[in-house]
Design a binder for this molecule. Structure first.
Ligand SMILES: NC(=O)c1ccc[n+]([C@@H]2O[C@H](COP(=O)([O-])OP(=O)(O)OC[C@H]3O[C@@H](n4cnc5c(N)ncnc54)[C@H](OP(=O)(O)O)[C@@H]3O)[C@@H](O)[C@H]2O)c1
Length: 345
């Protein structure tokens, strides 16, 4: 195959940070992206060119294109942090060994984004994918599954018999719910739509509480009394989260790993940090990669693939959009899909 010198892609319109914190909702994609054909840079040593099979869309991508993520946007560069595809060209000995393989990957800052027909990234962040792993699972192999494994380890080490998750119908929380089910640490799921409860119970949630129900405060108090959860894994970080944390027992940890609600919470019970040994902390997968030894990462990646292939985990896909239709269809799909939205060439 001849190696392409350009790619069709969803390209960022803005540089840097927006200075805002609106959350990942998208009114209209064309505020942030253009569909365009852009040149592909020459591969540097250690880089691979990937022909895309599928890219997942995560809230982090949406925070990023809106200019409110942990690193700045680059105008003119393709968006999309994660996906699966086939390596079609490479520079360097290790990179060459991946040519012809299906790999799951994240795009490093020197590369070119996954919302495109072709992406570029470092060979050493590519994960060869087992043949029996579906593209739907491989497209989201890194961001959510590794975060699920890492944060569930926080739960495990906290010696708690239960844990609470907000935004519990997210793909990430479905993975952590299954881990809780399998290791008998009771998942307590907080959602904002009651119709999500039955499915989460099927996946293994012991309790599903709806934050918009009239009896939410009573249900929270009852669950705290019954389960005494010591860990709150929180992607919403709003007043509901703060109120849940205030109701948790001694030595509770509030682990903030997302900011889905742009409204900031207020916490009035400061004495709890003194007298009840409570703690607030953050989790970011990028830092986990920096602090976790490579052999441990490889072990966990193997476990992630095994969980998907064996059916213990599944990526629930709500919509699949063609790249060429993304400018017109993606924002609606993100608003309405019940499950992950995927992009395909
Ligand atoms: N820190 C890290 O390293 C890291 C790594 C991975 C993921 N994350 C974070 O994990 C979260 C979940 O990611 P995902 O890919 O699993 O998400 P996802 O499958 O796309 O699902 C998003 C979920 O968020 C809920 N949600 C959105 N806005 C909300 C709000 N204002 N209040 C309450 N719930 C809200 C949605 O609820 P409805 O179903 O009611 O619409 C939906 O269930 C995101 O915040 C993401 O940024 C962080």
């Amino acid at each position: 195959m001849s190696v392409p010198s350009e790619t069709f892609a969803l390209v960022q319109k803005h540089d840097g940070y927006s200075g805002k914190a609106e959350g990942p909702s998208i009114e209209s994609l064309d505020l942030y992206l253009d569909a365009a054909t852009i040149p592909l840079q020459d591969l540097s040593d250690g880089q691979v060119l990937i022909k895309m099979l599928m890219a997942s869309i995560n809230p982090s991508d949406l925070h990023y294109i809106k200019g409110e993520y942990g690193h700045p946007r680059v105008k003119g560069a393709a968006a999309g942090f994660e996906g699966v595809g086939e390596v079609v060209a490479a520079n360097g000995a290790y990179a060459q060994s991946l040519v012809g393989k299906r790999v799951a990957f994240t795009v490093d800052p020197a590369g070119s984004g996954a919302w495109a027909d072709y992406a570029i990234t470092a060979a050493n962040v590519c994960i060869p994918v087992r043949e029996d792993m579906r593209n739907e699972d491989a497209a989201g192999h890194v961001v959510n599954p590794l975060t699920a494994m890492a944060m569930f380890d926080i739960v495990r080490k906290s010696e708690t018999s239960s844990f609470i998750m907000t935004a519990a119908n997210s793909q990430l929380c479905k993975l952590m719910t299954a881990l809780g089910r399998d290791e008998n640490i009771a998942p307590i799921a907080i959602v904002r739509r009651p119709e999500q409860a039955a499915h989460l119970e099927e996946l293994g949630a012991r309790h599903v509480l709806c934050s918009t129900s009239d009896d939410f405060q009573d249900s929270i108090r009852a669950v705290m009394k019954q389960e005494k959860p010591r860990v709150l894994l929180d992607a919403v970080a709003n007043q509901v989260s703060a109120d849940i944390f205030a109701a948790m027992p001694n030595r509770a940890r509030w682990v903030v790993y997302g900011k889905l609600d742009p409204q900031p919470p207020a916490f009035k019970e400061m004495g709890q940090f003194v007298f009840m040994e409570k703690r607030i902390e953050g989790f970011w997968l990028t830092r986990w990669f920096m602090s976790t030894p490579p052999e441990e990462q490889i072990r966990i990646i193997g476990e992630v693939q095994e969980r998907f292939v064996s059916g213990k985990w599944q990526t629930e896909v709500g919509a699949t959009i063609r790249l060429k239709d993304a400018m017109s269809d993606l924002a609606d799909a993100l608003r309405n899909a019940n499950g992950k939205v995927m992009l395909v060439p």
